[in-house]
Design a binder for this molecule. Structure first.
Ligand SMILES: [Zn+2]
Length: 386
């Protein structure tokens, strides 16, 4: 019996369902990566029995996630029919930051078809309206595509049942109303989750951490949040607020944090911290974290120093995570992954400079900039098989 890889309620009677979900996910991902592909080839590459593969393929065809395409040519015997991901179906992915959002239309495999962004208006009361306009515009631009739903990543923790935000210290607009507003405006199913949780799910859903059942995603952006996949489940804790390592105090003399605390991990290791370090070293402010990344890529000393300080602080927090949760992998999501050659070794060395029982491997998310958007797709796709 394989270990569950999905967010479930831990119901034992569901164990058969779990195995079927895992196999279905495996087959879907094989089709996604290797399309066009025949059933026979799927059986070979997945290691599943032909009959199991056929059953799952029928299910995927019925759900119209997969379509049959061209017939293949082989020297003798029955001609195989190739399978493809259904290109007519899609997901709208919405990645919400405190002051802007990214939107994408993707296929069911998370491949980005079109991309847009929206800067939020200064008045907090107008933010949801601006998001709705962008969503409707995006849907109108794809009239021939059938949408499975809208996956939304949120900065902060959000109770999906109470439909209100529980903890979002970097957000000053009514984020708790977003889910119901988007549902009303579009009529589509909407799934929301914290961005780090979504990214952890995405690593599992899109098969990047196939053999790993304990991984932590550290999302480094305006703040820091973690998504914890432990014992094959997304760990949510009371009211869904688990994973706020970003607000553990690491510097008692540090700067004030959005949560009201002082010297939290995110005050020394987030993008904002990197920009602050640069301003201190270069004696001039920098307009954005992306500008800081570009400077570092251009070999600017102050920029590289600032990012090194930020990455050391990241490594200190990773040490805390490694000790607390003993994950097999820590996956870093965020702009810092764009300079992984610089960041990765600093983070890893700092983490290992403290005593560890077992060191996890640390890597950046494979899709780089697209990881957050892809994770919003994983929210929708995962919700369809539960
Ligand atoms: Zn804090």
């Amino acid at each position: 019996m394989p270990t569950s890889r999905f967010t479930l309620n831990g119901n034992l009677s569901a164990s058969n369902r779990i195995a079927r979900q895992i196999n279905r996910n495996l087959i879907f991902n094989q089709i996604r990566v290797k399309q066009p592909i025949s059933r026979a080839e799927l059986a070979r590459t997945s290691g599943l029995q032909r009959s199991t593969v056929s059953l799952i393929v029928e299910e995927l065809l019925t759900d119209r996630w997969v379509v049959e395409g061209l017939t293949g040519e082989i020297p003798r015997g029955r001609k195989p029919t190739f399978l493809n991901i259904n290109g007519q179906r899609g997901v709208l992915a919405l990645d919400i930051h405190p002051a802007h959002a990214m939107l994408a239309v993707t296929d069911l495999g998370g491949k980005i078809i079109s991309l847009d962004s929206v800067e939020f208006p200064a008045n907090p009361q107008n933010v949801i309206g601006a998001i709705l306009n962008s969503v409707k515009k995006m849907l109108r631009a794809h009239p021939n595509r059938t949408f499975e739903g809208i996956g939304i990543n949120l900065p902060g923790r959000f109770d999906p049942h109470l439909e209100k935000s529980i903890f979002a210290p970097n957000v000053d607009w009514p984020i708790g109303q977003l889910k119901s507003s988007v549902e009303r405006a579009t009529g589509l199913p909407v799934v929301v989750d914290n961005v780090a949780n979504a990214c952890a799910l995405s690593e599992i859903w899109f098969g990047h951490s196939d053999k790993i059942h304990d991984l932590v995603v550290v999302n480094v952006s305006e703040g820091i949040g973690t998504g914890i996949f432990a014992n094959g489940h997304l760990l949510r804790g009371q009211a869904g607020v688990a994973g706020e390592f970003g607000h553990v105090q690491l510097d008692p003399n540090g700067v004030r944090c959005g949560c009201g605390g002082k010297g939290c991990w995110e005050t020394i290791a987030s993008n904002r911290a990197g920009m602050r370090y640069f301003a201190e070293i270069a004696k001039k402010p920098i307009s954005s974290f992306d500008a800081l990344i570009q400077l570092a890529k251009a070999d600017d000393d102050a920029a590289k120093q600032a990012l090194t300080m930020m990455c050391k602080a990241l490594g200190r927090g990773m040490h805390m995570i490694a000790l607390a949760l003993a994950p097999g992998e820590i996956v870093v999501v965020g702009d810092i992954a764009n300079v992984w050659d610089l960041a990765g070794p600093v983070i890893e060395a700092e983490m290992r400079s403290f005593a560890l029982v077992r060191a996890p491997s640390i890597r950046s998310a494979r899709e780089g900039n697209k990881a957050r958007l892809r994770s919003a797709v994983a929210l929708i796709m995962n919700s369809k098989v539960l």
